[in-house]
Design a protein around this ligand. Sequence first.
Ligand code: CU
Length: 142
Amino acid sequence: MSSLRRITALVACALAPLAAIAASSALGSGASHTVTATERDFAISLPHVIPAGTVDIRVTNRGPDQHELIAVRAAKGALPLRHDGLTVSEEALAKAEVGALEPGKPGETRDLKVILTPGRYVFFCNMSGHFMAGMHTTVVVK
Ligand SMILES: [Cu+2]
């Protein structure tokens, strides 16, 4: 190995960990982690506290209906409803939405990847009547 090649190899080895650190810090707090969620008629279970960062949410729908999952950042209080009085106004919450899954079949497991900064979030299903029936849960991200 020539000395130039050796130096190039040494520099590459020295920089690789720095590149990895830069990549992870660009995503917020660094490591991504996985949490599990369960949906059923008519409830959503998720941990009440989730660490900030990139989060993979593994969502299993235990049915018997199809269910969707929408995540919004919400400081406090009730979410705005549409005029039908049965569904949440996703239009009013567009800027607060951090992620969403379309309706999934009973028995299906799906992944929702979100980047969560510290704060309060509400996860809900907005299929007609499901939110009002109890398909929502509040999560604090720390
Ligand atoms: Cu639902």
